[in-house]
Design a protein around this ligand. Structure first.
Ligand SMILES: *[C@@H]1O[C@H](CO)[C@@H](O)[C@H](O)[C@H]1NC(C)=O
Ligand SMILES: *[C@@H]1O[C@H](CO)[C@@H](O)[C@H](O)[C@H]1NC(C)=O
Ligand SMILES: *[C@@H]1O[C@H](CO)[C@@H](O)[C@H](O)[C@H]1NC(C)=O
Ligand SMILES: *[C@@H]1O[C@H](CO)[C@@H](O)[C@H](O)[C@H]1NC(C)=O
Ligand SMILES: *[C@@H]1O[C@H](CO)[C@@H](O)[C@H](O)[C@H]1NC(C)=O
Length: 209
C-alpha cells in the first residue's frame, strides 16, 4: 500500500513536470538559452541582422547572405563569410538548414556540386563556412542553436551558446567591398576594421521556397 502510494505520488510529480520538459532547450548547443530553443528547427530559413543599438528600418533586419571571407591557404576549400546582401550584392546560397547544431548553407544553381561546412568558431572570427566539393561523410561541428526569443517573432541565431556577441564590420580582405558578421569582434583583427563594427542580433527568418 505504501509502495503504491509513493508510486502514485511519483507518477503525479512526473506528469506535472512534463509540460515544462517538452519546451526545454533541445541539444547541447542550446544549453543555457531560453526554453523552446532548438538545435534542429523544423523549418529552413534565411538570416537577417537586427541592430541592437541603432534604429532599424523594420523588425526583420537587413538580409544576410554568403560572400567571400578570409583568403585561405587550402586549394580545395575556400572560406565564405556571412555578409550583408546590401554590401555583397548577390545570393548564391539562398537559405540555411540547422541540424543537430550544424548549420548548412544550401547551394543555389551557381554553386551546385559544392557544399558549405561550418567549423568551431573562435572568438574574433567571422561567421564563416568552408566551401568545397560535396563530401559524403563531412565532419561538421555542432556549434549553432536557434534560440527562442519571446520578445520577437523570430528565433535568434546563437553560436557557442551565445546570441549577444555578433557584430557587423567592414571587411578588409575581399577584393570587393563587404560587410561581414563577426563573433566577439576583436580590436586587433586585421581581416575587418574594428572601428566600423556595430552590435547586431541575427534573426532566423523562416524560408518559403
Ligand atoms: C530544407 O532544405 C533541405 C535541403 O534543400 C531539404 O531537403 C528539406 O526538405 C527542407 N526542409 C523543409 C522543411 O523545407
Ligand atoms: C543599423 O543602423 C545603421 C544606422 O541606422 C544603418 O546604417 C545600418 O544599415 C543598420 N544595419 C542593420 C543591420 O539594420
Ligand atoms: C528591412 O530593412 C532592411 C534594411 O535594413 C532591408 O534591406 C530589408 O529589405 C527590409 N526588409 C523588409 C521585410 O522590409
Ligand atoms: C549566378 O551567376 C550569374 C553570373 O555571375 C549571376 O548573374 C546570377 O545573379 C547568379 N545567380 C544567383 C542566384 O546568384
Ligand atoms: C591587442 O593588441 C595589444 C598590443 O599587442 C594588446 O595589448 C591587447 O591586449 C590586444 N587586444 C585584444 C582585444 O586582444
Amino acid at each position: 500500500m505504501f509502495a503504491l502510494a509513493s508510486l502514485l505520488t511519483l507518477f503525479a510529480a512526473s506528469v506535472s513536470a512534463m509540460p515544462a520538459l517538452s519546451v526545454r532547450q533541445t541539444g547541447a548547443t542550446c544549453t543555457g538559452l531560453p526554453d523552446g530553443s532548438t538545435d534542429t528547427p523544423a523549418y529552413n530559413f534565411t538570416l537577417a541582422a537586427y541592430n541592437t543599438s541603432l534604429p532599424n528600418a523594420n523588425s526583420t533586419g537587413a538580409p544576410l547572405v554568403l560572400g567571400w571571407g578570409r583568403p585561405g591557404t587550402s586549394p580545395e576549400a575556400s572560406e565564405w563569410a556571412v555578409s550583408t546582401y546590401a554590401a555583397w550584392g548577390s545570393n548564391d546560397w539562398p537559405y540555411f538548414t540547422l541540424t543537430g547544431g550544424a548549420l548548412y548553407p544550401i547551394p543555389g544553381p551557381n554553386e551546385s556540386g559544392l557544399d558549405a561546412y561550418d567549423f568551431a568558431l573562435p572568438s574574433g572570427y567571422e561567421v564563416a563556412f568552408l566551401v568545397m566539393i560535396h563530401e559524403s561523410t563531412p565532419v561538421v561541428p555542432s556549434v549553432y542553436c536557434a534560440a527562442a526569443d519571446g520578445d520577437s517573432e523570430y528565433a535568434k541565431l546563437a553560436v557557442n551558446n551565445d546570441v549577444d556577441s555578433f557584430s557587423l564590420c567592414k571587411a578588409t580582405t575581399a577584393q570587393f567591398t563587404n560587410v561581414v558578421l563577426v563573433y566577439q569582434a576583436d580590436a586587433n583583427d586585421t581581416f575587418y576594421d574594428y572601428s566600423t563594427c556595430y552590435p547586431v542580433q541575427v534573426n532566423i527568418v523562416p524560408y518559403e521556397a
